[in-house]
Design a protein around this ligand. Structure first.
Ligand SMILES: *Cc1c(COP(=O)(O)O)cnc(C)c1O
Length: 459
């Protein structure tokens, strides 16, 4: 067990490791190529009885663990979505771990609750949310969406479901392109996955509002109860934007909760030129986006905004004797704003990022990354070997190899990813294979794009 007098010496070793890691990141294979059980079999089957030196642990970190790590902070990581970190965020996270506070209620760390409140306000202002929204930091967009579905369920059932169980016939709606967390949430909420209605999308993967209205009418006519609609601002597959004003008007008309999932694309709202994406936001009930995706703040940090926080708190609050405090009602006890009781001090890293970068610093970097994506799209489309399937958008490009046979794209992706030189992912667009590319890694440079384009041409 490390004692206080050795902390500095040991910590220096760790800092050296982290610094060395960032230094050699570009030389490491982006995607791990280990086989199932490779890592597991290298680990001893029993925990050590006696303490070991940090030095030995770090050696094993390099030899056993690192080969099994896929490097999300690698500038050639273009897959899935970004899960960005930054030096500022890392510093905040280190201090959060050092303080090690459980921020379940205001009294267990008043600064955590109040910094969280301030940070949600800073960001709400910075992204142009209407003043009517109140924010809270959740661990993930999945949790926030579940919170929205549960709150909508309670509202639709006069807060009886929590007490008596969930009645049959509740319905939730999202597009066929919505994130899997919606389906999971509907199941967890006891509504039943078969009561999630998947609304058809148009050729650009956007929910068709007329189809939504028709589904609502059919359900109401059949005696079912619409509870919640989840619209996506930036779907996971193709970053499609559901038409919010039309959807919001329909939800208003049928008095249905509207939740907006902007997990990735929400960060772009920091740029005024993208605010059009949330036109109609005044009519929305709840909204989530992940600073832990594109906002340089390492996982986990998901911002959840809600118009009627009282209904959220009423859905979640529960008050055992040991949690009774004298300040209850005067302050935000965030345990009542989500599912877990225990909460990390997540606001701290967001504070470090927002102050360290400044809003203009964040905006500059976002615009640079968006420009890098356009540069990438331009380069690959000029080569004649690829077709762009969308106009490059928000640091994201969707393309495929010019070939009637999808296996050409599939083979290329497999070869590139196996090379360790770059990592891209795929989706299906209107039934056909498509390659997804992101230019949104925190420290990505033009040279990284050039290298990835070169890699794409090597196979
Ligand atoms: C990434 C993503 C999610 C899931 O986010 P978590 O924070 O990992 O739960 C949900 N919705 C969309 C649109 C996403 O892109």
């Amino acid at each position: 067990m490390i004692q206080r007098e050795n902390f500095r010496k040991e910590a220096d070793r760790i800092l050296d490791w982290v610094d060395g890691y960032f230094g050699r990141l570009r030389e490491l294979p982006v995607k791990s190529s280990v086989k199932p059980r490779d890592i597991y079999d290298k680990l001893p089957s029993e925990a050590p009885l006696q303490g070991e030196d940090m030095e030995r642990i770090l050696q094993d970190l390099d030899t056993i663990i690192l080969p099994g790590v896929t490097h999300w902070q690698h500038p050639s990581f273009h897959a899935y979505f970004p899960a960005n970190s930054s030096y500022e965020s890392l510093f905040g996270e280190m201090i959060t771990a050092a303080i090690g506070a459980q921020c379940m209620v205001w009294e267990t760390s008043p600064a955590a609750a109040e910094l969280e409140q301030r940070m949600t306000e800073w960001v709400a202002d910075a992204i142009g949310l209407p003043k009517t929204f109140t924010g809270v930091i959740q661990d993930s967009a999945s949790s926030a969406t579940l919170a929205a579905i549960l709150t909508a369920r309670e509202k639709a059932t006069q807060f009886r479901s929590n007490l008596d169980g969930v009645p049959r016939g509740l319905r939730v709606y999202c597009s066929s392109e919505a994130h899997s967390s919606v389906e999971k949430g509907v199941g967890v909420a006891g509504i039943g996955r078969n009561n999630l209605v998947r609304i058809e999308t148009d050729a650009e993967q956007r929910m068709i509002p007329e189809q939504l209205e028709k589904a609502l009418q059919d359900d109401i006519a059949a005696g079912l109860t619409p509870v919640c609609v989840v619209a996506a601002i930036g779907t996971t597959g193709t970053v499609a934007l559901d038409p919010l004003p039309e959807i919001a008007a329909i939800c208003q008309k049928y008095n249905v909760w509207l939740h907006v999932d902007a997990a990735f694309a929400g960060t772009a709202l920091l740029l005024p030129e993208y605010r059009y994406m949330i036109e109609g936001m005044e009519l929305v009930d709840s909204f989530v986006f992940n600073p832990h995706k594109w906002m340089f703040t390492n996982f986990d940090c998901s911002l959840y905004y809600i118009k009627d926080p009282e209904s959220l708190v009423r859905t979640f609050d529960i008050l055992p004797e040991y949690l009774k405090t004298a300040t209850r009602g005067l302050v935000n006890d965030y345990r009542d704003w989500g599912i877990p009781l225990g909460r990390r001090f997540r606001a701290l890293k967001l504070w470090f990022v927002l102050r360290g970068f400044g809003l203009e610093g964040v905006r500059r970097r976002l615009r640079e990354q968006i420009a890098l994506n356009e540069y990438f799209a331009e380069k690959i489309s000029r080569s004649g070997r690829f077709t762009l399937l969308r106009k490059p958008f928000l640091g994201f490009t969707l393309f495929r190899v010019n070939d009637d046979d999808d296996s050409a794209s599939e083979r290329l992706l497999a070869a590139v990813n196996a090379s360790g030189k770059a990592y891209l992912s795929h989706t299906k667009v209107n039934g056909r294979y498509a390659i997804r590319f992101h230019s949104t890694q925190t420290y990505i440079q033009k040279e990284d794009i050039d290298r990835t384009v070169e890699t794409l041409h090597q196979f």
